[in-house]
Design a protein around this ligand. Structure first.
Ligand code: GLN
Length: 486
């Protein structure tokens, strides 16, 4: 029995823990055993924290015994290696931070710690969250638990694969252009990117600060609501974080979508999309209609400019954010004759190819003479994209779209062609540009048995609505989860 505890959802495990039917220590051990068994093949983790996790679990059992412990007390979670985690190696999947031990906790980590959650390890990702497949990790790619020759998605691919393969009950990711939703879709789990500013980013290694957002991966929508309730809320350490009160997201899960108006953007059903992805999402829309929701077509006319705008804004911000890795303050230092050579050599050896490509692109987009033509223009396009959504949400409560045009692709398939790789995020990127909440939930499998996800997008701070809609679909029984082959 104890070897199967890792298969529980957070809600199930929490109920058993509080009834003292199981202990946090046995639950944690079953996850750690699963990690040991699968890691050589899956590569979902960069660092496994066996000792710390066991200590946290013992402490959680003490708290639960004392009564009144929070829902996440004793729940084993995976943490994307982009979160500063006190006393634990935090690499961002880069050689430049390979041996960096963080002296402090990100706010998201501090909040989970306060609730008594257990951290089993630091999950693999694309270097500095740049990518859609984890193939840009300095520690090698995370494999897809449904097919070890395929990618897990990215950049938070380790977190998604770890949850799908039951190495932990939930995980933290970050999403700048799709990095929670795309891997959630590829691995058949739930992933939510909250509204920009809903969750503090303090202590999350910055990629593109006007786009980055923190969010959870879970097996169910209910579990996502439970994690988000802990994560969301004001933080005096992050001035971009909203002071809006945090609703009890779990309470919003009424199971009822009668009268919900679903908009389906016509621009999101494009040529080149896998037919099985389209038919799975269309079938889910039918299911929503049978549950009493209405479905109508909407238009997001500037959707086709999203990728171009994103890759100017994201790279521009990244080029500034990554200037701090200079061999002086953090991480790797390659000694050289003078300071300039030290900077150059450290960055040349510390950063991978994709990170260098983006620093160069971003520096170019911001340079004198090009700023107006590229960066400023991209910001204007961003406003148009946001207005498209504002207009759309006058006539609908949520929009439903595919998450990605395909299911998980083969490892190596897109590595020689960055532009094709960038297209993986064609349906998710606009949501970050507009600052909206978006969630990926599983809705089917393709002919190879690979998971397909659908995306629910809401207006700012409408997390309750998209969680309610996702949960209602999940409960309706239209979709039955299949366990991964691994
Ligand atoms: N794949 C996109 C990129 O490479 C998004 C990554 C992310 O959301 N962190 O930038």
């Amino acid at each position: 029995m104890s070897s199967e505890l890792n298969r529980l959802t957070i809600a199930e495990a929490s109920a058993k823990l509080h009834k003292r039917e199981i202990s946090a220590l046995e639950l944690t051990r079953s996850c750690l055993e699963r990690i040991t068994a699968l890691e050589p093949r899956l590569n979902a983790f960069i660092t496994v924290s066996e000792k710390e996790a066991s200590e946290q679990a013992v402490e959680a059992d003490r708290r639960i015994a004392a009564g009144n412990a929070p829902a996440l007390c004793g729940i084993p979670l995976g943490i994307k290696d982009i979160y500063n985690t006190r006393g634990v190696r935090t690499t961002c999947a880069s050689r430049i931070l390979e041996n960096f031990i963080s002296p402090y906790d990100a706010t998201a980590i501090a909040k989970l710690r306060e609730d008594g959650a257990v951290f089993v390890g630091k999950a693999n990702m694309d270097e500095f969250a740049m990518g859609s497949s984890t193939e840009n990790s300095a520690f090698g790619p995370t494999k897809n638990p449904y097919d070890l020759e395929r990618v897990s998605g990215g950049s938070s691919g380790g977190s998604a694969a770890a949850v799908a393969a039951h190495q932990c009950l939930g995980a933290l990711g970050t999403d700048t252009g799709g990095s929670i939703r795309e891997p959630a879709s590829f691995c058949g789990v739930v992933g939510i990117k909250p509204t920009y500013s809903r969750v503090s980013r303090f202590g999350v290694i910055a990629y593109a600060s006007s786009l980055d957002q923190v969010g959870p991966f879970t097996k169910t929508v209910r579990d996502a609501a439970i994690m988000l309730r802990t994560l969301a809320g004001v933080d005096r350490l992050d001035s971009t974080c909203s002071a809006r009160p945090v609703p009890d997201y779990e309470k919003a899960l009424s199971g009822d979508v009668k009268g919900l108006r679903i908009g389906v953007p016509k621009e999101y059903f494009i040529d080149g999309m896998a037919p099985e992805v389209e038919s799975a999402v269309r079938a889910a829309l039918k299911q929503y209609q049978s549950l009493g929701a209405s479905v109508h077509e909407i238009s997001l006319p500037h959707a086709s400019y999203a990728i171009a705008a994103y890759y100017l804004i994201a790279t521009a911000e990244a080029s500034a954010n990554l200037a701090r890795y200079d061999g002086i303050r953090y991480g790797l230092r390659v000694d050289a004759e003078d300071h300039n050579a030290l900077y150059d050599m450290t960055r040349a050896q510390g950063f991978g190819t994709e990170v260098k490509r983006r620093i160069m692109l971003g520096t170019f987009a911001l340079s004198a003479g090009y700023y107006d033509a590229y960066y400023l223009k991209a910001q204007k396009v961003r406003t148009l994209i946001r207005r498209d959504f504002e207009r759309a949400f006058e006539s609908c409560d949520v929009t439903v779209t595919p998450v990605a045009p395909t299911t998980a692709f083969r490892i190596g398939e897109k590595m020689d062609d960055p532009l094709t790789m960038y297209l993986s995020d064609i349906f998710t990127i606009s949501v970050n540009l507009a600052g909206l909440p978006g969630m990926s939930i599983p809705c089917g499998y393709d002919g190879n048995g690979l998971p397909i996800g659908m995306q629910l997008i809401g207006s700012p701070f409408s997390e309750e609505t998209i969680l309610r809609a996702g949960d209602a679909y999940e409960r309706s029984g239209a979709f039955t989860r299949r366990e991964p082959a691994i």
